[in-house]
Design a protein around this ligand. Structure first.
Ligand code: C5P
Length: 233
């Protein structure tokens, strides 16, 4: 079963501060995107990586990625106005014979290739969709304004990472639903697995990895540098 990965990498990353788009910010001497593509391309199952780049930076990203030897074919497409549309553009670029699709944020540059492979194998062997999750360490409360409404049962909650994996037919159906659904409802959906849940699909979880954390603010880059230093030691 052919497996491809889509990397939505078209976000600005404003919470990181001013500068180039987030996927092109450096971490340990290479852009976040390069780390993310390398991990996916090194996963034994992944034969193709489709990067959805910022519309104005497609050629820059093509040139950047052409400088590396990958273990898989890598192509670049223009991203969309939001993450969902960037993934949809990646989906539209997949060859017809791809049956399993991983979706992985460029903003999670240090997710290990072993995690990508575990997700792909889970989809191939036993699931329509698979997501890596980690337990929550903080207590979580629902708040309206500055008022606590209730405290959620942390033991039942998980934080969700990427890469997320899908049977291509299921992911395509979920994105087709999103393209025609109420935009206000779709705007509240922040990952691909949620789209699959919304159309009644079954999503299974596997243990995530600390290295698959998301780079959102400047302190996350410090954490990334520390992981890289340990990895290179
Ligand atoms: O903004 P956030 O960190 O949630 O973005 C998650 C991922 O979605 C990032 O890798 C970002 O580059 C990507 N994205 C995208 N297209 C957009 C907005 C975000 O590919 N228009």
């Amino acid at each position: 079963m052919r497996t491809a990965a889509i990397v939505p990498a078209a976000g600005r990353g404003d919470r990181l501060g001013p500068g180039v788009p987030k996927a092109l910010r450096p971490l340990g001497g290479a852009p976040l995107l390069v780390h993310a593509v390398r991990a996916l391309a090194q996963a034994p199952s992944v034969e193709l990586v489709v990067v959805a780049a910022p519309v104005d930076d497609v050629h820059t990203v093509e040139r950047l990625l052409a400088d590396f030897e990958w273990g898989a074919e890598v192509v670049v497409v223009a991203g969309g106005v939001d993450r969902r549309q960037s993934v949809a553009h990646g989906l539209a670029a997949l060859p017809a014979d791809v049956e399993i699709v991983l979706v992985h944020d460029a903003a999670r540059p240090l997710a290990p290739s072993e995690l990508a492979e575990a997700v792909a194998v889970t989809v191939r062997t036993r699931a329509d969709a698979c997501i890596p999750v980690v337990p929550l360490v903080d207590t979580v409360k629902q708040v309206v304004g500055d008022q606590v409404v209730r405290t959620l049962d942390r033991s039942q909650l998980r934080a969700v990472q990427t890469p997320q994996g899908f049977r291509r037919s299921v992911l395509a159906k979920a994105h087709a639903w999103a393209a025609t659904a109420d935009p206000a409802e779709v705007a509240t959906i922040t990952d691909d697995a949620s789209l699959v849940e919304r159309i009644g699909g079954c999503v299974v979880t596997i243990p995530g990895a600390p290295e698959a954390f998301k780079v959102t603010q400047p302190s996350d880059l410090l954490l990334g540098e520390a992981f890289l230093t340990r990895r290179r030691a």
